[in-house]
Design a protein around this ligand. Structure first.
Ligand code: FAD
Ligand code: NAI
Length: 466
């Protein structure tokens, strides 16, 4: 079969690229090696983790907050198999939705491993060994990423596990060691700590979510400590040992003092690495960089003309919405449009409770780049809406240019921060000043008032409710 464009990988990068390409009139095919579409995001990432975060949050609220709201419950228990069943159904609905979208947009779907024979020829090897050959003018590599294992200690998937196994426990672990206090550690740690698992986090650096604005990590740790989670920062893991029924982890602090941990499982979440296995990149002449990422230029084109790469397999944040933007970008670029992505304004969200969301520069980055800035903060506990819902942890932090008042960064930890960050993205895309936002009406009572108040605070320190 001949195509204008063939996309390898059906995650949020690949399937969105396919839809946009088809909308633009390109004859499009997509290849997926697994029997379900949607990639990491739908199958073992964003969607199942959010399903379990929502379920565990309901349980936590029922156990700890309902009584204060005047809702009394007796004999509350966790039904983990029902929680997992619902999660699986949510995943299936989403994956089926992608099959529908492919059909609706007349995109040919091939199930099997996609591999370049040469720059315009791609073989698809199905699970029964059948090979189908596709020829194409353009190709997009959207093969995503895989968990990074611990150096010299493989993930045995039984006791030493990745997020994939941690999303599918059959029984509730009594104890869980998490190595890496990044996004996966924070989210999956929250899920199981809420359900009653003793969660211990070991992190190499000095705080949680260390790449985000430092205020966020500090506040998040305070909130997660309330769930009983234990934290060991500045600790270097030196060994992990599967003992059959449990796992031992050895770590060293900065002074070289050794500390021993034991738990039922050890979740390793120390980042993800680009996935390019079996792609036959060498047959097409596509180059990768020192981190194994496919090298691309500013148009997401590889060193081979007509072959593009997007999402987790290239440089930049490993986020579903970043992959989606890149998918749209490439499809539009191929047909001669002039698309643009503002990478600075791709928001980052951690779906704990309180949620953490940020966009733009962190305070640490502004300092490093010697940009003069001012800070406006507003705590959720000063907000009527937060008192009504009892969601009082967290703060909004706005960073604005000291001279022009333009918003340079927005960092929110608090209720519904994940949704609220959209206001900051719009404001910053249109280069709003803190005063612009401070002068706009925000409905009362809502959490968004904290955003307005933080902008007021950044504008000559004139928050109204502090
Ligand atoms: P992927 O989604 O990884 O898809 C790549 C696809 O390519 C896979 O289906 C794979 O099977 C297929 N493939 C690979 N090689 C071949 C081949 N040779 N032939 C055919 N098919 C192939 N991001 C967010 O923005 N928000 C979140 O809340 C979020 N939560 C996450 C939670 C977890 C636990 C994890 C692990 C990740 C999460 N992410 C989240 C990250 C997000 O999942 C990724 O950034 C996103 O899926 C990347 O999309 P992609 O299209 O580049 O690749
Ligand atoms: P991460 O990069 O978020 O965090 C990894 C953490 O592990 C860092 O804090 C790092 O300092 C620490 N670390 C690295 N090596 C270590 C070692 N040897 N010992 C101890 N700690 C070590 O990576 P994570 O959590 O694995 O997630 C992978 C990616 O998946 C994220 O970067 C993100 O892009 C994506 N993701 C996004 C989510 C979201 O958007 N809500 C949710 C989950 C994942």
């Amino acid at each position: 079969m001949n195509y204008d464009i063939v996309i390898i990988g059906s995650g949020p990068g690949g399937y969105v690229a396919a839809i946009r390409a088809a909308q633009l009139g390109l004859k499009t095919a997509i290849i997926e090696k697994y029997p379900t579409l949607g990639g990491t995001c739908l199958n073992v990432g964003c969607i199942p983790s959010k399903a379990l975060l929502d379920s565990s949050e309901h349980y936590h609220n029922a156990a700890h907050n309902f009584k204060t709201h005047g809702v009394d419950l007796e004999n509350l228990t966790v039904n983990l198999s029902q929680m997992m069943k619902r999660k699986t159904e949510v995943v299936k609905q989403n994956c089926d939705g992608i099959v529908y979208l492919m059909k609706k947009n007349k995109i040919d779907t091939y199930y099997g491993i996609g591999s370049f024979k040469d720059k315009n020829t791609i073989n698809v090897t199905a699970s029964d060994g059948t090979v189908t050959t596709l020829t194409t003018k353009n190709a997009i590599i959207a093969t995503g990423s895989k968990p990074t294992p611990f150096p010299n200690i493989p993930l045995d998937k039984k006791r030493i596990i990745s997020s994939t196994e941690a999303l599918a426990f059959e029984t509730l672990p009594k104890s869980l060691i998490i190595i890496g206090a990044g996004v996966i550690g924070a989210e999956l740690g929250s899920v199981y700590a809420r359900l009653g698992t003793q969660v211990t986090m070991i992190e190499y650096l000095g705080s949680m979510i260390p790449t985000m604005d430092a205020t966020m990590g500090k506040e998040l740790q305070k909130s997660l400590s309330k769930l009983g989670m234990k934290f060991f920062f500045n600790h270097k893991v030196t060994n992990i040992n599967n003992k059959g029924e449990s796992v031992d982890v050895t770590a060293e602090d900065k002074q070289g003092k050794t500390i021993q941990f034991e738990a039922e499982y050890c979740l390793v979440c120390i980042g993800r690495k680009p996935y390019t296995e079996a792609l036959g990149l060498e047959n097409a002449g596509v180059e990768v960089d020192e981190k194994g990422r496919i090298k691309v230029n500013e148009h997401l084109e590889t060193n081979v003309k007509g072959i593009y790469a997007i999402g987790d397999v290239v440089r930049g944040a490993m986020l579903a919405h970043k992959a989606e933007e890149e998918g749209v970008f490439v499809a539009e670029w191929i047909v001669g449009q002039k698309p643009h992505i503002n990478y600075l304004l791709i928001p980052n969200v951690v779906y704990t409770w309180p949620e953490v969301a940020s966009v733009g520069y962190t305070e640490e980055e502004l300092k490093a780049e010697k940009i003069e800035y001012k800070v406006g903060t507003f705590p959720f506990k000063a907000l009527g809406r937060s008192r009504a819902s009892m969601d009082m942890d967290g703060v909004v932090k706005i960073l604005a240019d000291k001279n022009t008042d333009e918003i340079l960064g927005a960092h929110i930890i608090g209720p519904r921060a994940a949704d609220m960050i959209a206001e900051a993205v719009v404001a910053m895309e249109y280069r709003a000043s803190a005063e612009d936002i401070a002068r706009m009406s925000h409905s009362h009572p809502t959490y968004t008032e904290a955003f307005k108040e933080a902008c007021l605070a950044a504008t000559a320190n004139r928050a109204l409710h502090m």
